[in-house]
Design a protein around this ligand. Structure first.
Ligand SMILES: Nc1ncnc2c1ncn2[C@@H]1O[C@H](COP(=O)(O)OP(=O)(O)O)[C@@H](O)[C@H]1O
Ligand code: PXP
Length: 324
């Protein structure tokens, strides 16, 4: 560190420059956004916190991680083994952070949480963290299932229905939107109606990670925000790869959080997130096609995509939709 190498003359011009540099590093460190991310951990592979942490770090965030489960691998494999965090485990971790004054965060991100008792704690955690930082942004990915199938316990649904009302940003997929609104989403108009219901319940920004309305070539992601009396609504067509991935929703939520913070612009955040995802998935799929598409080979190629995460290349673009 510069301070330690100042030598005997702390007043020299050179040493003053070093001190100035040191001070600017410190300011930069104080400005570093801090995310508390509560999601699954897998020993092998990339879902949950394993999918979210590296991209958030590469995009300039300090990430404090609480693992809602510690599984050997994601639930798509033959077996999944490992312990689940209990509500008392969570309370202890949060208490430790609070006692040591480590609980001032710019963002809270929640994803896969298997236990209703733990999910029940999140609402009060949001208000505790907002009492420490009233500007804290809560990003809730209501991870419940995909393609018409629940992969969590059904008791989580009523808890999520409440939780999304206090979230600043939510990132459900099409099936999760249906669950949250008790509304079948078969057309894009159904999806806009469901988004309106979620806005009416209090959620300021709704981003649907993907919808599918019978088109084999494209998925459609949708984003809508109500801020300061101003509405913005967007869609983006995503060229569909002929396979399915795991961990993509977790990566998507982390990228939306990061790019909303960095750009404060829904369109840029959506475009950067989707374009990063497409680049990561293409790399993953190209690899799997070459070596065989086993579960293991289909794990997201995140480490190999460092540059693409840091510098998304915009290939697909969002379009504004006129909504009042
Ligand atoms: N088969 C696919 N082809 C192209 N992009 C995909 C594919 N599957 C997922 N994605 C990308 O991953 C993002 C999140 O995936 P999604 O399936 O909506 O999340 P979840 O895992 O929560 O169901 C989508 O916005 C899309 O960009
Ligand atoms: C342990 C775990 N966490 C998170 C997820 C969510 O993955 P995705 O991002 O694909 O919704 C899954 C899905 O299998 C999972 O098994």
């Amino acid at each position: 560190m510069g301070i330690l190498n100042l030598g005997n003359n702390p007043c020299s011009l050179e040493s003053k420059a070093l001190i100035d540099q040191e001070i600017s590093y410190e300011i930069e460190m104080n400005d570093t956004p801090r995310v508390l991310s509560i999601q699954s951990h897998v020993v092998s592979g990339y879902v949950g916190n394993k999918s979210a942490t590296l991209p958030l770090q590469l995009l300039g965030f300090d990430v404090d991680v609480i693992n809602s489960v510690q599984f050997s691998n994601h639930t798509g494999y033959k077996v999944t083994k490992g312990p689940i965090l209990s509500d008392t485990d969570l309370d202890e971790l949060i208490q430790g952070l609070a006692i040591n004054g480590l609980d001032t965060y710019s963002h809270l991100l929640t994803g896969y949480i298997g236990s209703p008792q733990v999910l029940n704690r999140i609402a009060s955690l949001v208000s505790d963290l907002k009492s420490k930082n009233p500007h804290l942004i809560y990003v809730c990915d209501p991870v419940m299932g995909d393609n018409g199938k629940l992969y969590v316990r059904s008791e989580l649904l009523p808890i999520y229905k409440e939780l999304v009302t206090i979230a600043d940003i939510i990132t459900p997929n099409q099936f999760e939107v249906e669950l949250l609104t008790d509304k079948k989403v078969s057309t894009i108009e159904d999806a806009w109606d469901a988004i309106d219901i979620l806005h009416q319940r209090g959620c300021k920004t709704v981003v649907i990670s993907s919808t599918e309305f019978g088109n084999d070539d494209y998925l459609v992601a949708m984003a809508s925000s109500h801020a300061d009396g101003h509405r913005r609504a967007l869609t983006i067509n995503i060229p569909k790869l002929p396979t399915s991935f795991t961990g993509t929703g977790d990566l998507f939520a982390a990228l939306i959080l990061a790019w909303m913070h960095k750009t404060n612009n829904l369109k840029s955040a959506l475009e950067n997130s989707i374009n990063t995802l497409q680049a990561v998935l293409k790399k993953t799929w190209d690899y799997a096609k070459a070596v065989g598409d086993s579960r293991h080979n289909m794990e997201l190629k995140l480490v190999q995509s460092k540059n693409l995460i840091e510098n998304p290349q915009r290939v697909v673009f969002a379009v504004d939709v006129n909504k009042s």
